[in-house]
Design a protein around this ligand. Structure first.
Ligand SMILES: NC(=O)c1ccc[n+]([C@@H]2O[C@H](COP(=O)([O-])OP(=O)(O)OC[C@H]3O[C@@H](n4cnc5c(N)ncnc54)[C@H](O)[C@@H]3O)[C@@H](O)[C@H]2O)c1
Ligand SMILES: O=C(O)C(=O)C[C@]1(C(=O)O)C=C[C@@H](O)C=C1
Length: 364
Protein backbone atom coordinates (compact mmCIF):
# COMPACT_ATOMS: atom_id res chain seq x y z
CA UNK A 1 0.00 0.00 0.00
CA UNK A 2 1.35 3.42 -0.96
CA UNK A 3 1.31 6.40 1.35
CA UNK A 4 0.98 9.61 -0.61
CA UNK A 5 2.49 12.71 0.98
CA UNK A 6 1.71 16.08 -0.59
CA UNK A 7 3.94 19.02 0.20
CA UNK A 8 2.66 22.51 -0.52
CA UNK A 9 5.56 24.97 -0.72
CA UNK A 10 8.75 23.06 -1.44
CA UNK A 11 11.24 25.56 0.00
CA UNK A 12 13.72 25.15 2.85
CA UNK A 13 11.34 23.35 5.21
CA UNK A 14 9.05 21.68 2.64
CA UNK A 15 12.07 20.53 0.62
CA UNK A 16 13.83 19.20 3.72
CA UNK A 17 10.73 17.25 4.74
CA UNK A 18 10.43 15.91 1.20
CA UNK A 19 14.04 14.72 1.36
CA UNK A 20 13.36 12.96 4.67
CA UNK A 21 10.36 11.11 3.24
CA UNK A 22 11.21 10.47 -0.42
CA UNK A 23 12.38 6.94 -1.12
CA UNK A 24 11.13 5.58 2.20
CA UNK A 25 9.21 2.27 1.94
CA UNK A 26 5.79 2.75 0.36
CA UNK A 27 5.99 6.54 0.36
CA UNK A 28 5.43 8.77 -2.64
CA UNK A 29 6.08 12.48 -2.28
CA UNK A 30 4.35 14.99 -4.51
CA UNK A 31 5.29 18.65 -4.38
CA UNK A 32 2.95 21.51 -5.12
CA UNK A 33 4.31 24.79 -6.31
CA UNK A 34 2.46 28.01 -7.05
CA UNK A 35 4.97 29.06 -9.71
CA UNK A 36 6.17 27.13 -12.79
CA UNK A 37 9.83 28.23 -12.25
CA UNK A 38 9.98 26.75 -8.77
CA UNK A 39 8.34 23.56 -10.03
CA UNK A 40 11.18 23.06 -12.49
CA UNK A 41 13.75 23.73 -9.77
CA UNK A 42 12.28 21.24 -7.28
CA UNK A 43 12.26 18.54 -9.95
CA UNK A 44 15.86 19.38 -10.89
CA UNK A 45 16.90 19.07 -7.24
CA UNK A 46 15.11 15.73 -7.08
CA UNK A 47 13.52 16.33 -3.70
CA UNK A 48 10.10 14.96 -4.71
CA UNK A 49 8.82 12.07 -6.83
CA UNK A 50 6.53 14.37 -8.80
CA UNK A 51 5.57 18.02 -8.86
CA UNK A 52 2.46 19.85 -9.94
CA UNK A 53 0.96 23.31 -10.15
CA UNK A 54 -2.47 21.85 -9.53
CA UNK A 55 -3.67 21.92 -5.96
CA UNK A 56 -6.26 19.27 -6.70
CA UNK A 57 -3.76 16.89 -8.27
CA UNK A 58 -1.42 17.23 -5.29
CA UNK A 59 -4.14 16.87 -2.66
CA UNK A 60 -6.34 14.18 -4.19
CA UNK A 61 -5.72 10.77 -2.58
CA UNK A 62 -3.07 12.25 -0.28
CA UNK A 63 -2.73 10.55 3.10
CA UNK A 64 -0.76 13.47 4.50
CA UNK A 65 -0.72 17.09 3.38
CA UNK A 66 2.07 19.35 4.65
CA UNK A 67 1.55 23.09 4.29
CA UNK A 68 5.04 24.58 4.12
CA UNK A 69 4.18 28.04 2.83
CA UNK A 70 4.66 31.39 4.63
CA UNK A 71 2.46 31.75 7.72
CA UNK A 72 0.43 34.51 6.06
CA UNK A 73 -0.69 32.09 3.33
CA UNK A 74 -1.76 29.22 5.57
CA UNK A 75 -5.35 30.34 5.96
CA UNK A 76 -5.93 30.65 2.24
CA UNK A 77 -4.33 27.23 1.55
CA UNK A 78 -6.43 25.60 4.25
CA UNK A 79 -9.57 27.20 2.87
CA UNK A 80 -8.84 26.01 -0.66
CA UNK A 81 -7.98 22.51 0.53
CA UNK A 82 -11.15 22.05 2.47
CA UNK A 83 -13.10 22.73 -0.72
CA UNK A 84 -11.40 19.80 -2.47
CA UNK A 85 -12.46 16.15 -2.30
CA UNK A 86 -9.85 14.84 0.15
CA UNK A 87 -9.20 11.24 1.07
CA UNK A 88 -10.96 9.91 4.19
CA UNK A 89 -8.51 9.91 7.09
CA UNK A 90 -6.24 12.45 5.41
CA UNK A 91 -4.11 14.43 7.86
CA UNK A 92 -3.39 18.05 7.07
CA UNK A 93 -0.50 19.57 8.97
CA UNK A 94 1.59 22.71 8.64
CA UNK A 95 5.10 23.76 9.60
CA UNK A 96 4.41 27.40 10.34
CA UNK A 97 6.42 29.15 13.04
CA UNK A 98 3.29 30.32 14.87
CA UNK A 99 0.53 27.99 15.95
CA UNK A 100 -2.38 29.87 17.55
CA UNK A 101 -3.58 31.62 14.37
CA UNK A 102 -3.56 28.50 12.22
CA UNK A 103 -5.20 26.46 14.98
CA UNK A 104 -8.11 28.87 15.25
CA UNK A 105 -8.43 29.05 11.49
CA UNK A 106 -8.47 25.23 11.22
CA UNK A 107 -11.30 25.13 13.79
CA UNK A 108 -13.41 27.10 11.34
CA UNK A 109 -12.95 24.81 8.32
CA UNK A 110 -14.27 21.36 8.81
CA UNK A 111 -13.94 18.52 6.35
CA UNK A 112 -15.52 15.20 7.33
CA UNK A 113 -12.94 12.51 8.02
CA UNK A 114 -10.01 14.90 7.60
CA UNK A 115 -7.91 16.02 10.58
CA UNK A 116 -5.76 19.09 11.03
CA UNK A 117 -2.75 18.87 13.33
CA UNK A 118 -0.56 21.96 13.62
CA UNK A 119 3.17 21.38 13.54
CA UNK A 120 6.43 23.28 13.86
CA UNK A 121 9.87 21.77 13.43
CA UNK A 122 12.23 23.70 15.69
CA UNK A 123 15.02 23.73 13.16
CA UNK A 124 15.80 25.97 10.28
CA UNK A 125 18.25 28.35 8.81
CA UNK A 126 18.65 31.92 7.64
CA UNK A 127 18.66 30.49 4.12
CA UNK A 128 15.50 29.80 2.18
CA UNK A 129 14.29 28.01 -0.91
CA UNK A 130 14.65 24.43 -2.04
CA UNK A 131 18.37 24.84 -2.71
CA UNK A 132 18.92 25.14 1.04
CA UNK A 133 16.90 21.98 1.80
CA UNK A 134 18.65 19.07 3.48
CA UNK A 135 17.48 15.74 4.86
CA UNK A 136 19.57 16.40 8.00
CA UNK A 137 17.79 19.60 8.97
CA UNK A 138 15.52 18.10 11.63
CA UNK A 139 17.83 15.44 12.98
CA UNK A 140 17.74 15.59 16.81
CA UNK A 141 15.72 18.83 16.77
CA UNK A 142 12.39 19.16 18.54
CA UNK A 143 9.28 18.99 16.38
CA UNK A 144 6.24 20.55 18.04
CA UNK A 145 2.74 19.21 17.32
CA UNK A 146 -0.31 21.12 18.53
CA UNK A 147 -3.36 18.87 18.03
CA UNK A 148 -6.72 20.23 19.17
CA UNK A 149 -8.60 18.03 21.67
CA UNK A 150 -10.93 16.83 18.85
CA UNK A 151 -8.12 15.15 16.91
CA UNK A 152 -8.35 11.37 17.38
CA UNK A 153 -5.29 9.84 19.03
CA UNK A 154 -5.02 7.43 16.08
CA UNK A 155 -4.47 10.35 13.66
CA UNK A 156 -1.90 11.95 15.95
CA UNK A 157 0.02 8.69 16.21
CA UNK A 158 -0.03 8.24 12.41
CA UNK A 159 1.54 11.67 11.92
CA UNK A 160 4.04 11.06 14.70
CA UNK A 161 5.04 7.79 13.04
CA UNK A 162 5.56 9.42 9.66
CA UNK A 163 7.69 12.10 11.28
CA UNK A 164 10.10 9.51 12.68
CA UNK A 165 11.77 9.78 9.25
CA UNK A 166 12.85 13.31 10.18
CA UNK A 167 14.71 11.90 13.22
CA UNK A 168 13.31 14.79 15.21
CA UNK A 169 11.90 14.49 18.70
CA UNK A 170 8.16 15.12 18.79
CA UNK A 171 6.68 17.23 21.58
CA UNK A 172 3.03 18.09 22.11
CA UNK A 173 2.34 21.69 23.14
CA UNK A 174 -0.76 23.91 23.32
CA UNK A 175 -0.79 26.42 20.41
CA UNK A 176 -0.84 29.56 22.58
CA UNK A 177 1.87 28.31 24.91
CA UNK A 178 3.92 27.46 21.82
CA UNK A 179 3.61 31.02 20.54
CA UNK A 180 4.60 32.53 23.89
CA UNK A 181 7.69 30.35 24.21
CA UNK A 182 8.76 30.44 20.59
CA UNK A 183 8.12 34.19 20.59
CA UNK A 184 10.78 34.54 23.29
CA UNK A 185 13.34 32.05 21.99
CA UNK A 186 13.02 32.58 18.25
CA UNK A 187 10.92 35.56 17.16
CA UNK A 188 12.31 38.12 19.63
CA UNK A 189 15.93 37.11 18.82
CA UNK A 190 15.20 37.66 15.12
CA UNK A 191 13.90 41.16 15.86
CA UNK A 192 16.91 41.94 18.04
CA UNK A 193 19.34 40.69 15.38
CA UNK A 194 17.70 42.77 12.66
CA UNK A 195 17.55 45.88 14.85
CA UNK A 196 21.19 45.51 15.80
CA UNK A 197 22.35 45.07 12.21
CA UNK A 198 20.33 48.10 11.14
CA UNK A 199 21.73 50.19 13.99
CA UNK A 200 25.29 49.34 12.94
CA UNK A 201 24.37 49.81 9.29
CA UNK A 202 23.35 53.39 10.07
CA UNK A 203 26.67 54.10 11.85
CA UNK A 204 28.47 52.55 8.91
CA UNK A 205 26.96 55.13 6.54
CA UNK A 206 29.48 57.61 7.92
CA UNK A 207 32.35 55.24 8.55
CA UNK A 208 33.08 52.01 6.64
CA UNK A 209 35.24 50.80 9.53
CA UNK A 210 32.12 49.45 11.25
CA UNK A 211 31.56 46.91 8.52
CA UNK A 212 35.26 46.14 8.18
CA UNK A 213 35.85 45.43 11.85
CA UNK A 214 32.62 43.49 12.48
CA UNK A 215 33.99 40.18 13.72
CA UNK A 216 32.93 37.00 15.53
CA UNK A 217 30.64 38.50 18.14
CA UNK A 218 28.66 40.57 15.67
CA UNK A 219 28.44 37.74 13.19
CA UNK A 220 27.40 35.18 15.83
CA UNK A 221 24.53 37.25 17.15
CA UNK A 222 23.34 38.47 13.74
CA UNK A 223 23.35 35.38 11.48
CA UNK A 224 19.57 35.18 11.69
CA UNK A 225 19.22 38.80 10.53
CA UNK A 226 19.78 37.39 7.02
CA UNK A 227 16.51 35.42 7.19
CA UNK A 228 13.83 35.75 4.54
CA UNK A 229 11.86 39.04 4.88
CA UNK A 230 8.49 37.65 3.73
CA UNK A 231 8.66 34.59 5.97
CA UNK A 232 9.55 36.79 8.96
CA UNK A 233 7.08 39.56 8.20
CA UNK A 234 4.34 36.93 8.39
CA UNK A 235 5.67 35.31 11.57
CA UNK A 236 5.98 38.60 13.45
CA UNK A 237 2.55 39.85 12.40
CA UNK A 238 1.00 36.53 13.31
CA UNK A 239 2.52 36.63 16.82
CA UNK A 240 1.98 40.35 17.28
CA UNK A 241 0.45 40.44 20.78
CA UNK A 242 3.03 38.10 22.27
CA UNK A 243 5.84 40.07 20.66
CA UNK A 244 4.57 43.43 21.86
CA UNK A 245 4.65 42.13 25.40
CA UNK A 246 8.11 40.57 24.93
CA UNK A 247 9.46 43.79 23.45
CA UNK A 248 8.24 45.72 26.50
CA UNK A 249 10.14 43.27 28.70
CA UNK A 250 13.12 43.66 26.39
CA UNK A 251 13.01 47.43 26.91
CA UNK A 252 13.32 46.75 30.63
CA UNK A 253 16.36 44.53 30.06
CA UNK A 254 17.97 47.29 28.00
CA UNK A 255 16.96 49.83 30.65
CA UNK A 256 18.73 47.70 33.25
CA UNK A 257 22.00 47.99 31.32
CA UNK A 258 21.52 51.74 30.90
CA UNK A 259 21.11 52.11 34.68
CA UNK A 260 24.12 49.91 35.44
CA UNK A 261 26.32 51.91 33.07
CA UNK A 262 25.06 55.25 34.35
CA UNK A 263 25.67 54.10 37.92
CA UNK A 264 29.09 52.53 37.11
CA UNK A 265 27.65 49.33 38.60
CA UNK A 266 30.47 46.84 37.87
CA UNK A 267 29.12 44.09 40.17
CA UNK A 268 25.70 44.40 38.50
CA UNK A 269 27.23 43.91 35.05
CA UNK A 270 29.26 40.95 36.29
CA UNK A 271 26.15 39.40 37.79
CA UNK A 272 24.20 39.84 34.54
CA UNK A 273 26.93 38.03 32.57
CA UNK A 274 27.22 35.29 35.22
CA UNK A 275 23.47 34.66 35.26
CA UNK A 276 23.33 34.53 31.46
CA UNK A 277 26.39 32.31 31.24
CA UNK A 278 24.92 29.81 33.71
CA UNK A 279 21.52 29.63 31.99
CA UNK A 280 23.09 29.32 28.55
CA UNK A 281 25.40 26.52 29.68
CA UNK A 282 22.33 24.59 30.79
CA UNK A 283 20.62 24.78 27.38
CA UNK A 284 20.06 21.32 25.91
CA UNK A 285 22.82 20.43 23.46
CA UNK A 286 20.89 20.86 20.21
CA UNK A 287 23.25 18.82 18.13
CA UNK A 288 23.64 15.86 20.43
CA UNK A 289 21.49 12.86 19.73
CA UNK A 290 18.47 12.96 21.98
CA UNK A 291 17.10 10.06 19.99
CA UNK A 292 20.04 8.40 18.33
CA UNK A 293 23.03 7.68 20.49
CA UNK A 294 25.62 9.15 18.19
CA UNK A 295 28.92 10.22 19.66
CA UNK A 296 29.62 13.65 18.25
CA UNK A 297 32.47 16.10 18.44
CA UNK A 298 32.72 19.52 16.85
CA UNK A 299 35.85 21.13 15.48
CA UNK A 300 36.50 24.62 14.17
CA UNK A 301 37.70 24.37 10.61
CA UNK A 302 38.83 26.86 8.00
CA UNK A 303 36.16 27.23 5.36
CA UNK A 304 38.01 25.98 2.33
CA UNK A 305 37.30 23.31 -0.27
CA UNK A 306 38.71 19.89 0.53
CA UNK A 307 38.60 20.27 4.31
CA UNK A 308 36.11 17.41 4.72
CA UNK A 309 38.35 15.08 2.69
CA UNK A 310 41.39 16.18 4.67
CA UNK A 311 39.84 15.39 8.06
CA UNK A 312 38.34 12.11 6.83
CA UNK A 313 41.75 11.04 5.52
CA UNK A 314 43.49 11.98 8.79
CA UNK A 315 41.08 9.77 10.72
CA UNK A 316 41.04 7.05 8.06
CA UNK A 317 44.80 6.49 8.20
CA UNK A 318 44.48 5.94 11.94
CA UNK A 319 41.61 3.51 11.32
CA UNK A 320 39.13 5.67 13.23
CA UNK A 321 35.68 5.04 11.76
CA UNK A 322 33.49 8.01 11.15
CA UNK A 323 29.73 7.46 10.91
CA UNK A 324 28.96 10.97 9.67
CA UNK A 325 30.68 14.21 8.85
CA UNK A 326 29.03 17.56 8.25
CA UNK A 327 29.91 21.23 8.04
CA UNK A 328 27.50 23.29 10.10
CA UNK A 329 26.78 26.95 9.51
CA UNK A 330 29.61 27.35 7.06
CA UNK A 331 29.91 31.02 6.17
CA UNK A 332 32.19 32.92 3.91
CA UNK A 333 35.52 33.94 5.46
CA UNK A 334 34.77 32.72 9.00
CA UNK A 335 35.66 29.35 10.46
CA UNK A 336 32.99 26.73 9.99
CA UNK A 337 32.08 24.14 12.56
CA UNK A 338 32.43 20.53 11.52
CA UNK A 339 30.43 17.84 13.22
CA UNK A 340 32.04 14.41 13.32
CA UNK A 341 29.88 11.50 14.46
CA UNK A 342 31.16 8.15 15.69
CA UNK A 343 29.45 4.90 16.58
CA UNK A 344 31.08 4.55 19.96
CA UNK A 345 32.83 6.52 22.64
CA UNK A 346 36.21 4.88 22.05
CA UNK A 347 36.40 6.01 18.43
CA UNK A 348 35.21 9.46 19.43
CA UNK A 349 37.89 9.83 22.12
CA UNK A 350 40.65 8.64 19.77
CA UNK A 351 39.52 11.10 17.11
CA UNK A 352 39.40 13.93 19.64
CA UNK A 353 42.91 13.19 20.84
CA UNK A 354 44.33 12.90 17.34
CA UNK A 355 42.68 16.09 16.05
CA UNK A 356 43.90 18.01 19.09
CA UNK A 357 47.46 16.90 18.43
CA UNK A 358 47.02 18.22 14.89
CA UNK A 359 46.12 21.60 16.39
CA UNK A 360 42.34 21.56 15.91
CA UNK A 361 40.06 23.05 18.56
CA UNK A 362 37.66 20.29 19.57
CA UNK A 363 34.32 20.89 21.31
CA UNK A 364 32.10 18.19 22.75
N1 LIG B 1 13.10 29.17 7.92
C1 LIG B 1 13.05 28.55 9.08
O1 LIG B 1 14.05 28.52 9.79
C2 LIG B 1 11.78 27.88 9.50
C3 LIG B 1 11.84 26.91 10.51
C4 LIG B 1 10.65 26.24 10.88
C5 LIG B 1 9.45 26.58 10.27
N2 LIG B 1 9.44 27.54 9.32
C6 LIG B 1 8.15 27.82 8.67
O2 LIG B 1 8.14 27.07 7.47
C7 LIG B 1 7.36 27.71 6.48
C8 LIG B 1 8.19 27.81 5.19
O3 LIG B 1 9.36 28.52 5.46
P1 LIG B 1 10.71 28.27 4.63
O4 LIG B 1 11.82 28.78 5.47
O5 LIG B 1 10.73 26.89 4.11
O6 LIG B 1 10.50 29.30 3.45
P2 LIG B 1 10.90 29.15 1.90
O7 LIG B 1 10.81 30.52 1.35
O8 LIG B 1 12.17 28.41 1.78
O9 LIG B 1 9.73 28.27 1.33
C9 LIG B 1 8.42 28.75 1.20
C10 LIG B 1 7.75 28.02 0.08
O10 LIG B 1 6.41 28.43 -0.03
C11 LIG B 1 6.11 28.65 -1.40
N3 LIG B 1 4.96 29.51 -1.52
C12 LIG B 1 3.74 29.09 -1.85
N4 LIG B 1 2.87 30.09 -1.89
C13 LIG B 1 3.54 31.18 -1.62
C14 LIG B 1 3.20 32.53 -1.55
N5 LIG B 1 1.97 32.95 -1.79
N6 LIG B 1 4.16 33.42 -1.23
C15 LIG B 1 5.42 33.02 -1.01
N7 LIG B 1 5.82 31.72 -1.07
C16 LIG B 1 4.88 30.83 -1.37
C17 LIG B 1 7.42 29.17 -1.97
O11 LIG B 1 7.46 29.01 -3.38
C18 LIG B 1 8.41 28.27 -1.27
O12 LIG B 1 8.56 27.05 -1.94
C19 LIG B 1 6.97 29.06 7.06
O13 LIG B 1 5.64 28.98 7.50
C20 LIG B 1 7.90 29.25 8.24
O14 LIG B 1 7.31 30.01 9.25
C21 LIG B 1 10.56 28.17 8.89
O1 LIG C 1 18.60 28.56 12.89
C1 LIG C 1 17.95 29.44 12.34
O2 LIG C 1 18.41 30.13 11.46
C2 LIG C 1 16.56 29.67 12.69
O3 LIG C 1 16.15 30.77 12.56
C3 LIG C 1 15.72 28.55 13.11
C4 LIG C 1 14.48 28.91 13.88
C5 LIG C 1 14.91 29.52 15.22
O4 LIG C 1 14.69 30.68 15.47
O5 LIG C 1 15.47 28.77 16.02
C6 LIG C 1 13.68 29.88 13.10
C7 LIG C 1 12.37 29.77 12.91
C8 LIG C 1 11.68 28.60 13.24
O6 LIG C 1 10.37 28.66 13.16
C9 LIG C 1 12.39 27.60 13.95
C10 LIG C 1 13.71 27.69 14.11
Amino acid sequence: MTTKVAIFGVGLIGGSLALCLKGKPGITVIGHSHRPESMTRIMERGVVDAATLSMEEAACDADFIFLCVPVGNLESYLKQLTQLPLKQGCIITDVGSTKAAVASCAQGFSHPGVHFIGGHPMAGSERSGVDAATSLLFENAFYVLTPSPEVPEEAYVRLEQLLTYTRAQIVRVEPMLHDEIVGAISHLPHIIAVALVNQVRDYNENNELYRMLAAGGFRDITRIASSDPIIWRDILLSNRDVLLSLLRDWNQEVGGFISMLEGMDGPGIEKAFEKANLFRSELPERRKGAITSLFDIYIDVPDHPGIIGQIATELGVRKINLSNIQIIESREDVPGVMRLSFRNEGEMERAKEHLQTLGYTVHM
